[in-house]
Design a protein around this ligand. Structure first.
Ligand code: AMP
Length: 311
């Protein structure tokens, strides 16, 4: 949609600016996309829960660069929050989100009410089974597999509503990206999943909408997560030992008085546990409560180029 800005004196057009169009219903969104689909235009989808930061914006830029039409969904999905999680206080600022989406070149913002996506009687869920959803955040003692059931259900619905050619997710939520890739493969969704690098604050803290929960002191301590992951990667590669890497990370966390919920090394695709460098990408993932925020972060140790560190 174009916003035409007129000179208030002469009435002449000064500039035209594309603004993101907001749609609230599935019907409106499908109708808006139909002519594009018929014309063979490619569609990129960026699912978000809003309160946008530069991490989200990096996904929007990637979608803008690679597609004819960019759709951003803006929906705080209740089914992925546990009973004791932060659904009610999850930060929201739709006006600011729309401005940032417009600046990033988004064409359509899909911002439905909860009842639009979960009408009375909604009784169907999409669940990815196995290790990929039952460990790390999916461990029943943590967020649990129900969290990922909520994620895959809403993402499957968005895929069916939008019909994107490419869907963009962040490496920040590494397990979520692995689970969605598995769902796309297992259910034959006709689209590509693109996972973009984690965007960080200057000191290394991974950007997150939940960082607003951090009091100033905790904000300073929180940098220990990314510092721990950097130490883990560096030590694991230097000493050819994952355990040495994990110990280095534990020391960094302890120095900031952070007790991790988990700090684990796993195969980056299957999330199976690994004890040593395998020659495949290895995910080192951490979750910890820091003050009022539960933070997650990760690093992927790629096999050294040209070296099969272990066959
Ligand atoms: P959320 O609004 O938190 O559900 O995030 C929406 C998308 O943005 C997800 O695919 C996230 O993985 C991604 N994302 C969140 N934080 C970052 C970050 N710091 N860098 C890159 N992507 C991110």
């Amino acid at each position: 949609m174009d916003l035409i800005i007129l000179d208030s004196f002469s009435g002449e057009t000064v500039t035209t600016m594309a603004v993101a169009r907001v749609v609230r219903t599935i019907g409106e969104l499908r109708a808006a996309l139909l002519p594009h689909r018929r014309a063979g235009r490619t569609i990129g989808l960026v699912p978000t829960m809003g309160f946008l930061h530069e991490g989200h914006v990096s996904l929007l830029h990637a979608a803008r660069a690679e597609n004819d039409v960019v759709v951003m969904s803006l929906f705080v999905n209740p089914t992925q929050f546990g009973p004791n999680e932060d659904l009610d206080r999850y930060p929201r600022d739709e006006g600011r989100d729309l401005r940032l989406a417009t600046e990033a070149g988004v064409d359509l913002v899909f911002a439905p009410e909860v009842a639009e996506l979960y009408p009375d009687g909604a009784a169907t869920a999409v669940e990815v089974g196995g290790e990929v959803t039952s460990v790390l955040d999916g461990d029943p003692g943590r967020r649990g597999p129900g969290h990922f059931r909520g994620v895959t259900t809403i993402v499957a619905k968005l895929f069916n509503i939008v019909g994107p050619d490419v869907a963009y997710f962040g490496q920040k939520d590494a397990q979520q990206a692995a689970v969605i890739k598995r769902m796309v493969r297992d259910l034959d969704f006709p689209l590509r999943v693109s996972v973009m690098p984690t965007v960080r604050e200057e000191d290394g803290l991974a950007m997150s909408s939940r960082n607003v929960y951090l009091e100033p002191d905790d904000r300073l301590r929180a940098v220990a997560l990314s510092r721990a992951l950097a130490a883990a990667e560096q030590q694991a590669l230097a000493l050819d030992s994952l355990e040495a890497g994990l110990s280095a990370a534990r020391i960094e966390l302890a120095a900031a008085a952070i007790e991790p919920e988990y700090l684990e090394a796993r195969d980056a695709e299957t999330l199976e546990p690994v004890a040593e460098l395998t020659g495949r990408p290895i995910l080192i993932a951490v979750a910890a409560r820091v003050g009022g925020a539960r933070l997650i972060d990760n690093v992927v140790i790629e096999p050294l180029a040209g070296l099969d560190n272990h066959e």
